[in-house]
Design a protein. Sequence first.
Lengths: 360, 59
Amino acid sequence: MSNARELAQIPSTPSGRRNLIINGAMTVAQRGTSISITNTTGYTLDRFKIGRGSNYNFDVDVSQSSDAPTDFANSLKIDVQATATPSASDNATLEYFIEGQDLTHLNYGSSSGKYVVLSFWVKSNKTGTYGCQFKLDSNSRNFTNSYTISSSNTWEKKTITINPDTAGAAFADNNLVGARIIWHLSTGPDDILSGNRDWTADALFRSVTGQVNLLDSTSNEFYLTGVQLEVGTVATEFEHRSFGEELALCQRYYTKFDFPQTTPFFLSHKQTGNTVRSTVTTPVPMRTTPTINASGQPYIRYNWDSGSNLIIDDGTSLTVIGSSLDANRFTVSNSDVTSVGNNVGAVLAYAGDLECDSEL
Amino acid sequence: MNEMNITSAQYVEEDGVNTSIKATIDGKGLSVPIDAGNRHYDEIMRQVEAGTLTIQEAE
């Protein structure tokens, strides 16, 4: 390799941990590889959420696709299931949330604020102008920019440079929402701006004149991958991380236990009466005490006295208790376990999942 | 604008102390911890403050 070519491949910013986005290559799909979103919001592939404004009714399927540009194996695919026309402040969006403590180094609210650059690969049959918004929820600030999909059904790399918000406020050094990136898919006329807009005090969804209505045909599809947000003004090559590393980063926000049939799972004890408490240990420390959802009609088996006594419970009374015991342990309680012994040893389950959600 | 559609919310108690909220959010039955910073809890409390949601007492 020539010296010139070697130099050309050296990134302009220090290598390693450049990308502030988790799962930008759309490799992790803990919730499943196909999610239907109908008249609501919801997380899809890990860390990426379908959002909406003004109770806009729309119907899309979001899936992990193997249709991807060179250097990538996966993308997030949005497949329109029903047509919709936005009015007033209706919005359909794809969103990514970042914690405040992960953005403090951008020095917003000061003269030493840093530029960041967002890059991503996108593909759609629906060509035209789309809005991309940076929304600081904690202090109601907005930066809105457009990008154009020029060629139908062709992967295109887009880059948006974001000026530092020197007039705003510093990011709070905490685990709450610092900022979100919003890819607009369908936007009502009340939320359309006449062009790109630098940082402004504004708490609303905002897109740009000419915003495509992706929802105007059930034949429309939208693909996204290679999402990278990094300090600087030049988008560098996408920072690929190992699957295991990416999964662990995602598990701070969401993790799902697929109950095994025969293996002891959570240590448990009889609390009082018919109530059994169990300690759940998550793979990594979660952002907050998670919301739990015992889905898939779980059947939970409590086992004590060396397995000689078993109780089958349907899991419908499973609840999360208060705050986390510590960063990666929390307590669930089941108040519906009749005839429980005093020495409950383990919780087993025959079917179902336990979803733990600490998303932003 | 409500980003979550919350159709029911009820405290769950143990030993006379509210320990969580059982809620139906976007059609899913969830157990929500009483923990500021949890997005479901924060949204429940936001809708309560806005007067659009009431949390039922524990049974």
